[in-house]
Design a binder for this molecule. Structure first.
Ligand code: ATP
Ligand code: MG
Length: 206
């Protein structure tokens, strides 16, 4: 029997709609990756973000994936995850983690969330499977401080400090709609994709 001497891969899974991706996502992913010495952090693009459907129009998954790919292209450790898009249908982290565990036998998986998402973890599909398959990582988001111990005492959260950037995709979509600039809030290559594809009502250059 061959002895496997390689260290297990440590992979962070940072799921989101990324509609669009912004500096808050990227600074979080890079800093969690560094703090926990992860080999890679996947920005996992939801195919159908079932909790958001019906509340607002969602940009097609292929466009959101193109923006995330553009955002991480030159950043060590960060990768765009297209697993949920390839799987199709509504996206559940439990399924994504099972898929990654098959793809990378022996890997140590981490589910990374902002504290607003952490506070709603009881609403996730099959959260028991998520907890069984991964270690849970939470970062503070600017705004209301969320006491995770009270909300979900069973989870042994790994809390990582990252720079607080008060940016949200909701705000960015509103900025686009009324013509305010997105410069410095999203990386330039993401802006290029937004312009080239005419996303968020941005006028495509002639
Ligand atoms: P929306 O406003 O459309 O909900 P969002 O900015 O919250 O978009 P999502 O795609 O919903 O982005 O979030 C994906 C993940 O990123 C979630 O875990 C969320 O908590 C986290 N996140 C989003 N923005 C930040 C931020 N500024 N700092 C830290 N984490 C963030
Ligand atoms: Mg959100």
């Amino acid at each position: 029997m061959p002895v496997r001497s390689e260290k297990p891969l440590h992979i962070g899974v940072f799921g989101g709609t990324f509609d669009p991706p912004h500096v808050g996502h990227l600074v979080t992913a890079v800093n969690v990756g560094h703090a926990l010495a992860l080999d890679r952090v996947l920005l996992m693009v939801a195919n159908v973000p079932w909790q958001k459907v019906g509340s607002r129009p969602i940009t097609p998954a292929v466009d959101r994936l193109a923006m995330v790919r553009a955002a991480v292209a030159d950043v060590a450790r960060l990768e765009a995850g297209d697993h949920e898009i390839r799987a199709g249908g509504p996206s559940y982290t439990a399924d994504t983690l099972a898929c990654l565990a098959d793809e990378h036998p022996g890997a140590v998986l981490y589910t990374i969330v902002g504290d607003d998402a952490a506070a709603k973890i009881h609403t996730w599909e099959r959260v028991d499977e998520v907890l069984a398959l991964s270690r849970m990582v939470v970062v503070d988001r600017p705004g209301e401080h969320i006491e995770l111990d009270v909300l979900h005492p069973a989870i042994d959260w790994i809390r990582v400090e990252v720079p607080h950037l008060e940016v949200s995709s909701t705000d960015l979509r509103e900025r686009c709609a009324d013509g305010r600039p997105l410069d410095y809030l999203v990386p330039d290559p993401v802006l290029d994709v937004i312009r080239a594809r005419g996303l968020y009502g941005v006028v495509v250059p002639a």
